[in-house]
Design a protein around this ligand. Structure first.
Ligand code: SAH
Length: 356
C-alpha cells in the first residue's frame, strides 16, 4: 500500500480519489501495508502537532439527559441509570484540582440537561476562565444557535459534538426523532458561533458499513474540524443496542490514522472508549496519529454513574490516579506533556485575522 496524499483542493464532497484510498485502508488486513499508513500518520502527527500530548481535564458534571439515543447508557429512557448533577462548587473543586496538576483545559461534559440552563453554564465558564485561567471545552449536546453564541460570548473556547455516523438512515436509528441533517446544522452553528469545533464518530456501530466510515472521514475533512475524537461503539445492556460486539481496536486504529492524514493539524484524542476495550488502546492510538488525552477529573461517586457504556476505564480510579496513568503512558512512549492551551487551528487563523 502506498502513502495517501490528499491535496488541499480535496475539500469538496465525494472526492473519488480520496474515498477509494481511504476505503482500501479500512478494508485492508495486511499488517505490512497498514504499517505504511500508520507510519505516515505518526510522521504527520510529529510534523504538524509535535511530540507534546495535550491533557484535557474531563468533568462529567451531569448525567441527566432528555435525549433518547439508542446506544447510550444515560439516555432518558434508561430507568436503571442513577442520576446526578454536580453543583457549580463541585465543578470548581474539580477544576481547582486539575489546574493544581497543571491542566490548562477543562472539558465540561453532560447529558442534555435542560435544568443546567445556558445562563448557569455561562456563569460557570466565566468563573473557570477568570479564576482558574483555563480554556473551556463544552460537550453539552444540542442547544439553540443563540445559546451557542451566549456560551461563546461567556468565554467558552471549544465545543465537541460528534455526528456519530454520516449514514443518515443509521443516524435516525441511533437518535430516533432526529436526523443527521439537523446534527450537522448544529455543528455548523457551533462553528459559526466562533468555537473551535470538534466532532467524531463511533466505530463499529451495528449496521455501520465500512463505506460509510470512509465517508465519515471525508466529512471530517469537509467540516475542517479543529478536533476529532472517535472511539469504538460499546454495547450497553440497558439500551436498544445492547446486543452484539463492540467496535474493534483495529478499525479504531485505522480511523485514527486516516483522521490524522486528512486533517494533519487537528487535535485527536486517544479516547477513553478506546482505552476501555483494550488496555493498550490509548497507547496504540497515540502511536498512529493521536496527540491528546482527556484524563477523567470527575469525582469518585459520580464518575461511575456517567455510564454511557459499560466497562469504562478509570471508573474505580480517583482524579489523581487518572492523571498519573496518563502521564505514565506519555513518558512510556517517549513523548511529553504539551505546554500551553493547545488551541485548535481555527483559533490561530482568527487571531491572525484580528491582527491583520
Ligand atoms: N450529550 C453530549 C455528550 C455525549 S457523550 C452529546 O450529545 O454530544 C459523548 C460521546 O460518547 C457521544 O457523542 C458518543 O459518541 C459516545 N458514546 C455514547 N454512548 C456510547 C457507547 N455505548 N459506546 C461508545 N461510545 C458512546
Amino acid at each position: 500500500m502506498k502513502e495517501i496524499y490528499i491535496s488541499d483542493e480535496v475539500r469538496a464532497p465525494g472526492d473519488a480519489y480520496a474515498f477509494e484510498d481511504i476505503l482500501a485502508v479500512l478494508l485492508s488486513e495486511d499488517e505490512e501495508a497498514l504499517r505504511v499508513i500508520y507510519d505516515q500518520a505518526d510522521r504527520m502527527r510529529s510534523r504538524h502537532v509535535g511530540e507534546g500530548v495535550h491533557l484535557r481535564g474531563l468533568v462529567e458534571f451531569s448525567n441527566n439527559c432528555s435525549a433518547v439515543c439508542s446506544f447510550c447508557g444515560i439516555n432518558a429512557l434508561n430507568r436503571g441509570a442513577r442520576r446526578y448533577r454536580m453543583t457549580p462548587d463541585e465543578i470548581y473543586g474539580s477544576a481547582a484540582f486539575a489546574t493544581g496538576l497543571g491542566y490548562r483545559t477543562i472539558v465540561l461534559q453532560s447529558g442534555e440537561d435542560a435544568l443546567y440552563g445556558t445562563d448557569d453554564i455561562c456563569r460557570i465558564v466565566e468563573r473557570l476562565r477568570t479564576r482558574y485561567g483555563v480554556a473551556v471545552t463544552l460537550s453539552l449536546g444540542e442547544r439553540t444557535g443563540p445559546e451557542y453564541e451566549r456560551l461563546r460570548g461567556a468565554g467558552a473556547d471549544r465545543y465537541l459534538m460528534r455526528f456519530e455516523t454520516s449514514d443518515s438512515a443509521l443516524y435516525s436509528k441511533l437518535k430516533p426523532g432526529s436526523s443527521l441533517e439537523k446534527r450537522l446544522e448544529h455543528i455548523r452553528r457551533i462553528r459559526d458561533a466562533g468555537f473551535q469545533t470538534g466532532s467524531g464518530i463511533m466505530v463499529g456501530i451495528p449496521g455501520q458499513s465500512v463505506e460509510s466510515i470512509a465517508r465519515d472521514i471525508m466529512l471530517f475533512r469537509q467540516l475542517d474540524l479543529d478536533m476529532v475524537g472517535s472511539g469504538p461503539f460499546v454495547p450497553h445492556p440497558d439500551t436498544g443496542m445492547g446486543q452484539g460486539p463492540a467496535g474493534s481496536l483495529s478499525l479504531v486504529m485505522k480511523v485514527t490514522a486516516l483522521t490524522r492524514i486528512v486533517l494533519p493539524g487537528a487535535h485527536i484524542p486517544a479516547t477513553t472508549a478506546t482505552g476501555s476495550i483494550d488496555p493498550c488502546g490509548q497507547e496504540m492510538a497515540l502511536r498512529v496519529g493521536a496527540n491528546v488525552l482527556m484524563p477523567n477529573m470527575t469525582p469518585p461517586g459520580y464518575r461511575e454513574k456517567y455510564a454511557i457504556y459499560p466497562g469504562k476505564m478509570c471508573v474505580k480510579e480517583s482524579p489523581a490516579d487518572s492523571d498519573r496513568t496518563a502521564r505514565a503512558l506519555i513518558s512510556r512512549i517517549g513523548r511529553h506533556v504539551a505546554e500551553g492551551y493547545g488551541h485548535g487551528r481555527s483559533y490561530y487563523l482568527r487571531e491572525k485575522g484580528k491582527n491583520g
